[in-house]
Design a protein around this ligand. Structure first.
Ligand SMILES: [Zn+2]
Length: 341
């Protein structure tokens, strides 16, 4: 460390500001905060105590589950987190706290946060506009308090009928000037019922309105293909996309369309999609060999006990990426944030 790097304040992070593009509100708050929000709202949780709750929403390497189980089983941590976050007050608290924590703990200064509004309204019992307004209040507050830029991405779901996804896009367009920066497509379509052709007009509507498009694709072999995400849904960025390394035509397509990949190493490892640092190296080396841009992200930091700084550390300490390459990932992320639109 040279003299210019000596921190003037022992509490302030010493590393350069980071950017995170792929983080879900459902997996973004500490268990203790989720516990508090649940109690503030009088929600009766079926857990013996706080520790039982924390255990239920944390997926460590010791209790790995596959992607299908993670998204669909009754043990699915998203279920509890989305239920707890299903009120305007809870969404305000969630967005505020996630961004404030990202700034204080990881020195993040640019952040795209995603969530599914349609999974925060208790199946229509709560008004969607109030849920969105709550999230926007959290956004306004955190940007008043900390020097961080935050944009919200609304998630569409692979398992939803088209009309529900279209309502989400209409809301994203309606609130675009207030801080909604893009849309995403998430969830698992294990029944292979997702029809990319049917959904394409909805995605193009969002794009024509100036919203960014990111799509969870190629996370595992059974997922929506990266090719369809790019050619049919018009993705600007791909969530995960690690399966692309097995498909030369997809690698070519990603490079040709200048698509930015959102790599989430710990998430991929804990869900059994990658085996460890060697597999991570294989993914990033293949992308680099094809001139593909990628970024580093945490996905669901609380479920996987990680954060973006820990992801950077993991990749550096295991020789997956050098400091210079990680700086390059940060520069790519900064440029690819939908906040720039
Ligand atoms: Zn994700």
């Amino acid at each position: 460390m040279d003299a210019t790097q000596i921190p003037t304040n022992p509490f302030k992070p010493t590393w350069k500001p980071l950017t995170e593009l792929h983080i879900h509100a459902g997996g973004g708050l500490p268990a203790s905060t989720m516990w508090t929000i649940a109690h503030q709202q009088g929600i009766r949780l079926p857990f013996e105590d706080y520790w039982d709750f924390k255990d239920a929403i944390t997926i460590t390497r010791a209790k790995m589950m596959d992607l299908d189980e993670f998204l669909h089983s009754p043990k699915n941590p998203f279920h509890w987190c989305e239920m707890i976050q299903s009120s305007p007050e809870a969404m305000e608290h969630t967005i505020y706290e996630m961004a404030a924590k990202a700034y204080r703990k990881c020195n993040v200064d640019t952040l795209d946060i995603r969530f599914t509004p349609m999974k925060r309204n208790r199946k229509g019992e709560k008004d969607l506009d109030h849920i969105i307004a709550g999230a926007l209040r959290g956004l306004d507050r955190v940007m008043l308090e900390y020097p961080i830029r935050v944009g919200l991405i609304f998630c569409l779901e692979k398992g939803f009928p088209a009309h529900l996804n279209e309502i989400t896009v209409d809301k994203a367009i309606k609130y675009k000037s207030r801080g909604i920066v893009g849309i995403d497509l998430t969830g698992l379509d294990s029944g292979n019922k997702f029809n990319a052709d049917e959904m394409a007009p909805i995605f193009h509507k969002a794009k024509a309105a100036g919203l960014g498009v990111t799509v969870h694709a190629g996370e595992g072999p059974e997922q929506l293909s990266v090719k369809d995400a790019i050619t049919k849904l018009g993705a600007d960025r791909i969530g995960h996309g690690i399966d692309s390394i097995h498909h030369p035509e997809e690698l070519e397509l990603i490079q040709k369309h200048d698509i930015v990949m959102e790599f989430c190493p710990t998430s991929n490892i804990i869900l059994g999609l990658l085996n460890g640092p060697e597999d991570c190296k294989n993914v990033v080396n293949t992308w680099m060999a094809h001139g593909i841009k990628f970024t580093v992200n945490s996905d669901d930091p609380i479920f996987f006990e990680t954060n973006i700084k820990l992801e950077y550390n993991f990749l550096r300490e295991n020789g997956v990426l050098t400091d210079k390459q990680l700086d390059q990932c940060t520069a790519i992320a900064r440029k690819a944030s939908f906040l720039n639109r």
